[in-house]
Ligand binder design. Structure first.
Ligand code: F6P
Length: 395
């Protein structure tokens, strides 16, 4: 029989192998040339900032410009949408005209990393649910825009086998492994303007003014806005302050005939006494302090008045610092970060944060960055040079 002829069997085998090789080669070329269809998830998580939309636009423009076909699924309100399967198929139209728009077109929410492994009130395993939605949508990757906590969850999803790319968002600029986060520069502009405005009224009244700047546990925003606006005293969480030194700085200015003093105080600023306490005791002392005062700045104001007799006013710009349009610097940064993320996706490179290092956009493995905080080094040249011109850091 023909089918049993070994030579014929050989020929059949060879033909099959040739077709298989041609097919695999074809797939490879398609992928390289971007002919393969990709399905991408997109989410924005944590506190928002000015350039989230600008960054997503960069990603989507990079993908649509370089792939024949791409589907973008936006998870609504961050990880919440990915957990509960709340998503929307987005079109190029959704990303048109959003370069300058603040906020996020797909919404955001805080989903603490420490609760990711804790089932929800209905016993739902959140991580498994996110994986199921990822596989259900047959995603090639999920692009995650967020800060530190968001990044930890992104890394968790990577460990669970999902393809992820993280884009570093936060006005706090506290993500380890990148010199800059998007949102930071725009927030500097706003905090600087707030302190600038205080300057004129402070000079009329001869008072002490405290402007409390956001930044969570780090002082980048306060340091930059404080320098940019000519604050006289800058207090950062990384440099615990001594009340005596702060009051001495105010009195020194007054003795030189300066009628007013402006303090840029980070929301996470901490006194030396407080910093010296054990973690548990510090938490308790902090809670007690917050029972009496709305924030650290109000306590500091009361202390300064008691010591120096000065009239002190506190201004807290708060969430204004995260609002409005991204500034031109952030628009450029976000566009570059987004385009680079798209390049990684086109090349099937996953598990990275897209970072800025020495003015270059680079990829940083998520496992290297996740879980680390980037604070201001008290020996940083900026701090040292600021001290050189007489700015007090209260230390
Ligand atoms: O992380 C950004 C940030 O604005 C911090 O500077 C601030 O401490 C925190 O978020 C405020 O969080 P929420 O918007 O949840 O009040």
């Amino acid at each position: 029989m023909r089918g049993q002829n070994p030579v014929h069997q050989m020929n059949k085998m060879q033909t099959f192998c040739s077709f298989a090789i041609i097919f695999v080669g074809f797939l490879f070329i398609c992928k390289k040339k971007g002919y393969a269809m990709k399905r991408i998830g997109l989410l924005t998580s944590g506190g928002d900032c000015q350039a989230l939309n600008a960054t997503m636009r960069g990603v989507v423009k990079g993908l649509t410009n370089n792939l024949k076909e791409v589907e973008i699924y936006g998870f609504i309100e961050g990880y919440k949408g990915m957990i509960y399967g709340n998503y929307r198929l987005l079109t190029s139209e959704d990303f048109s005209g959003i370069l300058t728009r603040g906020g996020t077109i797909i919404g955001s929410s805080r989903q603490p990393f420490k609760l990711m492994r804790v089932p929800d009130e209905n016993g739902l395993d959140k991580v498994e649910a996110m994986k199921q939605n990822y596989y259900k949508l047959r995603l090639d990757c999920v692009v995650i825009l967020g800060g530190n906590g968001t990044q930890k969850t992104a890394n968790l999803l990577r460990e669970e086998g999902l393809n992820v790319i993280h884009l570093p968002k936060t006005i706090d600029n506290d993500i380890w492994g990148t010199d800059l986060t998007f949102g930071y520069q725009s927030a500097i502009d706003i905090a600087t303007t707030a302190i600038d405005q205080i300057h004129t009224t402070a000079s009329s009244h001869g008072r002490v003014f405290i402007v409390e700047v956001m930044g969570h546990k780090v002082g980048w925003l306060t340091l930059s806005a404080g320098l940019a606006s000519g604050a006289d005293v800058i207090l950062l969480p990384e440099i615990p302050y001594d009340l005596d030194k702060v009051c001495a700085a105010i009195e020194k200015r007054h003795s030189r005939g300066k009628k007013f003093t402006i303090l840029a105080v980070a929301e996470g600023a901490i006194s030396k006494e407080m910093a010296e306490l054990k973690k548990k005791d510090r938490k308790k002392a902090m809670e007690k302090m917050l029972e009496k005062y709305p924030s650290v700045s109000y306590k500091l104001a009361a202390d300064i008045t008691e010591r120096t007799g000065s009239e002190v006013r506190v201004t807290v710009p708060g969430h204004v610092q995260r609002g409005g349009s991204p500034d031109p610097f952030d628009r450029v940064l976000s566009t570059k970060l987004g385009a680079y993320a798209a390049q990684l996706i086109v090349n099937d490179e996953y598990g990275y944060m897209v970072a800025t290092v020495n003015n270059q956009i680079v990829k940083v493995p998520l496992e290297e960055s996740a879980g680390q905080l980037k604070g201001v080094d008290p020996n940083d040249q900026t701090v040292q040079l600021a001290k050189y011109i007489g700015i007090s850091f209260g230390d």
